[in-house]
Ligand binder design. Structure first.
Ligand SMILES: O=C1O[C@H](COP(=O)(O)O)[C@@H](O)[C@H](O)[C@H]1O
Length: 243
C-alpha cells in the first residue's frame, strides 16, 4: 500500500512556497538532510523562488542541507544541459550560505560507467545505509511527459531494477548518456517528492495516480513507491487538471 500525499497549487510560486514549508518541517525533525535534486523545469522555478526570497523569510538552515543529484547528463558542468550547471546558476550562485563541502555533484564529464561507480561509493559512505542501500532523507523528482523520472526512461525499465545504486542510461531520442539513481535507491528514501508543473504532464500524472498498477509496467515514474517512506506530489493546477 503506497503512502501518498497529493497537493495541488494555483501557481508555481505557491507550489514553491509550500514545498519550502515542507522542507522547513523536515528540518525541524532531522539534524541534517541529504537531499537529492532533479534537473528540469520545475526545480528551476523552485531555485528561483529560493534565490529571490532567501533574504526575507525562507528560514532554511542551509548549513544543515547536503545536495546530491538523482541524475545527470554526461556533459561538463558548464554545458547548458548539465543539471548541476542549472543548479549552480539558479541556486548556488545566489545563496552564499550554501557551503561547497555540502555539494556533491555527479561528474558528467567523466567516463559514465566509472562515474556511476564512484557516485554509488560516495553515497554509501556519506549517507545512512539501510537494507544495504544508501538512504536519502529526501529525494526530489521531476517527471517527463513520457513518464520518465530521474534518468530512467520507459524503454529502459530494466535499469529501474538494477542491483547497482547508480546506472548509466541513454536518452531514447538523442542517445545522450546519463547517470541516474536506480529504483532501489529511490524507493529506499524516507521522503520522495515529485514536483510537477505544466499541462504537458497532465495525462501521465492522472494515469499514474489513478491507475498505478497498470502504469507501473509502462512508466518509471509509476514505480516510485518508497518502501519505508512517503511519497508526495506537489502539482500545479495545469498538471493536475485531469485528476
Ligand atoms: O531530463 C530530465 O527531465 C526530468 C523532467 O524534467 P522536466 O523539465 O520535464 O520537469 C527531470 O526530472 C530530470 O532530472 C532531467 O534530467
Amino acid at each position: 500500500m503506497i503512502k501518498e500525499n497529493i497537493q495541488i497549487f494555483n501557481t508555481s510560486d505557491e507550489l514553491s512556497e509550500n514545498f519550502t514549508k515542507f522542507l522547513q518541517n523536515l528540518l525541524s525533525v532531522y539534524p541534517h538532510i541529504n537531499i537529492s535534486l532533479s534537473g528540469g523545469s520545475t526545480p528551476k522555478q523552485l531555485f528561483n523562488y529560493w534565490s529571490q526570497n532567501n533574504k526575507q523569510n525562507l528560514k532554511l538552515d542551509w548549513g544543515r542541507i547536503s545536495f546530491y543529484w538523482g541524475d545527470e547528463r554526461c556533459v561538463p558542468s558548464d554545458n547548458e544541459m548539465s543539471n548541476y550547471g542549472m543548479t549552480e546558476k539558479y541556486l548556488f550562485k545566489n545563496i552564499h550560505q550554501i557551503q561547497t563541502q555540502n555539494i556533491h555533484r555527479i561528474q558528467g564529464e567523466n567516463d559514465p560507467t566509472i562515474e556511476a561507480q564512484r557516485y554509488a561509493k560516495l553515497l554509501n559512505s556519506n549517507l545512512a545505509v539501510y537494507k544495504n542501500t544508501p538512504c536519502f532523507e529526501l529525494i526530489l523528482l521531476g517527471m517527463g511527459d513520457d513518464g520518465h523520472t530521474a534518468s530512467i526512461f520507459p524503454d529502459q525499465m530494466n535499469l529501474w531494477n538494477s542491483e547497482n545504486d547508480c546506472v548509466v542510461a541513454k536518452h531514447p531520442e538523442t542517445g545522450m548518456q546519463r547517470i541516474s539513481l536506480s529504483g532501489k535507491v529511490i524507493n529506499n528514501a524516507q521522503h520522495v517528492a515529485f514536483l510537477v508543473t505544466g499541462k504537458d504532464k497532465a495525462e501521465k500524472v492522472s494515469e499514474i495516480i489513478k491507475n498505478r498498477s497498470a502504469s507501473e509496467t509502462l512508466y518509471p515514474a509509476a514505480k516510485v513507491n518508497p518502501s519505508n517512506g512517503f511519497l508526495y506530489w506537489f502539482l500545479d493546477k495545469e498538471s493536475a487538471k485531469l485528476l
